[in-house]
Design a binder for this molecule. Structure first.
Ligand code: KIV
Ligand code: ZN
Length: 511
């Protein structure tokens, strides 16, 4: 079995896609998920892109111990210096430099001749080598490049110090057969390529990113670049969960393995979706709600007789628990804590106490508490700490009917101060949001997302609300969780408005 490295770029290629920007705390939370997943490399960002990017790459480099941490850099000294400065405290820092190599990109984007490109690759790889021996070079738009030229690019990059050479399908143009042949060609024509990792990085424009990446492995690639949930520009990148589970499910075909802790997949996917304010499409492979459901009679009959008839991988293998051991209102803190540990959560004493108190409140409202409820409760309560210095809900009262205009009275607290407003609206949620606007007076914004999802089955299910606001090209999300969807909506809106205001106030001060 050959070992395939998983290089995750959720925090760089994924985060740079519209609507997926994350703040520092959210990026650290994703980095923690990636470390638990045991990815080999976390691409933490593009350090030179902005001071915020630099700060997050540095913070992730300092926090993560069990994975290599990389920063992207263009092939210039300044980019490489900045990337190194950001990653140098990592346990295993990597500089990832790139330069375009297709005729189209060289002529129109770089305005450089192929010889100039080769010279720059040699020079900048050698420059990065002064800092570290863990260097990746990416030949951007490789799949639309010339094979002989790519062989020369690879040779030069390796001779000057690259230990990984990545051949990206930047615009999602290639096919599985072509990708397999490309990697095989490089291995056949570049002797040095056998001593380094050859990597694939595929985009999903034609829906073939996972297939192309896996074909790269068949051709001899030893690293796949991917993102959680396939996040990424346009149609996204290769999705981590798909390639990892394909390799695990078909060792007979790929003759390969990864070091990924697959039972962490579902939780990581959920965390990333929660942070960016989205939910998995129902039919998303591996992590969608329907991925393991068998609705048709024939399938159900088969699965009852033998699960393998229609199930090629188990929900448990990706961390979806189906037994739903139930805790009840008489469960003590120890039972609660040890059950959370079984689910993979290690909480601080303060987080544990907060979650336990919420759990007890939930027990009074809901007859059956499932693992899904617990996971939602924990991730909600651990994530909402940030808003504590903003406004928080004190109480609310709504009046609504199908023959009067809805009214909402909202009382919010900030520190010890209390603020109250009453507003009308087109339904109780609109009325409540109007009252919150009157109190917080957030800067002008638009609503990107307002979604309500149920966590489990039954009419007493928890409602999981996501609100995402956008202002000045930035996004601010909030989450609310309650058996009362009006309350969950109010809490989610307050959290998003607090973040929006905090960002606005901070930047006003800096100006
Ligand atoms: O898609 C691409 O080519 C990239 C490179 C910078 C690796 O993201
Ligand atoms: Zn990319």
């Amino acid at each position: 079995m050959k070992q395939v490295k998983i290089f995750d770029t959720t925090l760089r290629d994924g985060e740079q896609s519209p609507g997926c920007s994350m703040n520092l705390r959210e990026k650290l939370e994703v980095a923690q998920c990636l470390e638990r997943l045991k990815v080999d490399v976390i691409e933490a960002g593009f350090a030179i892109a902005s001071p915020g990017d630099f700060e997050s790459v540095q913070a992730i480099s300092r926090a993560v111990r069990d994975c290599s941490v990389a920063s992207l850099a263009r092939a210039t000294q300044k980019d490489i210096d900045t990337a190194w400065e950001a990653v140098k405290d990592a346990a295993d820092p990597r500089i990832h430099l790139f330069l375009a190599t297709s005729p189209l990109h060289m002529e129109y984007k770089l305005k450089m001749t192929p010889d100039q490109v080769l010279e720059r690759i040699a020079e900048m790889t050698a420059y990065a080598r002064r800092y570290t021996s863990n260097i990746e070079f990416s030949a951007e738009d490789a799949t639309r490049g010339d094979l002989e030229f790519l062989a020369e690019v690879t040779r030069l990059a390796i001779r000057n110090g690259a230990t990984t050479v990545n051949l990206p399908d930047t615009v999602g143009y290639t096919t599985p057969a072509e990708m397999q042949a490309l990697i095989a060609y490089i291995l056949e024509h570049v002797e040095e390529a056998h001593d380094v990792d050859l990597s694939v990085h595929c985009h999903n424009d034609l829906g073939m990113a996972a297939a192309n990446s896996l074909a790269g492995v068949l051709g001899g690639a030893t690293q796949i670049e991917c993102t959680i949930n396939g996040l990424g520009e346009r149609a996204g990148n290769t999705s981590l969960e798909e390639v990892v589970m394909a390799i695990r499910t078909r060792p007979d075909i790929y003759q390969a393995q990864t070091r990924i802790e697959t039972t962490q997949i579902y939780r990581s996917s959920k965390t990333v979706y929660d942070i960016i304010g989205q939910t998995a499409p129902l039919n998303k492979p591996i992590v969608g709600k329907n991925a393991f459901l068998h609705e048709s009679g024939i399938h159900q009959h088969g699965v009852l007789a033998n699960k393998k008839t229609y199930e090629i991988l188990t929900p448990e293998s990706v961390g979806i628990r189906t037994n739903n051991l139930i805790l009840g209102k008489h469960s003590g803190k120890h039972a609660f804590e040890s059950h959370l540990q079984e689910l993979g959560y290690e909480l601080t004493e303060e987080e544990l106490l907060r979650c336990f108190n919420e759990f007890k409140i939930l027990c009074d409202k809901k007859k059956v508490i499932t693992d899904a409820d617990l996971e939602a409760l924990v991730s909600h309560n651990v994530r909402t700490v940030e808003t504590e210095d903003g406004y928080r809900l004190d109480w609310f009262a709504v009046h609504t009917s199908n023959f009067t205009t809805a009214t909402s009275t909202i009382s919010l607290k900030k520190g010890e101060e209390r603020f109250e407003e009453v507003c009308l609206g087109d339904g109780p949620i609109d009325a409540s949001f109007n009252a919150i606007d009157k109190i917080i007076q957030p800067v002008e914004h638009s609503f990107e997302i307002f979604s309500i999802n149920s966590i489990s089955e039954g009419k007493d299910t928890l409602g999981d609300v996501t609100v995402k606001l956008s202002a000045g090209g930035r996004h601010f999300s909030g989450h609310g969780l309650s058996t009362d969807i009006i309350q969950a909506s109010i809490v989610a809106y307050i959290e998003a408005a607090n973040k929006l205001q905090a960002y606005h106030n901070k930047h006003q001060k800096e100006e």
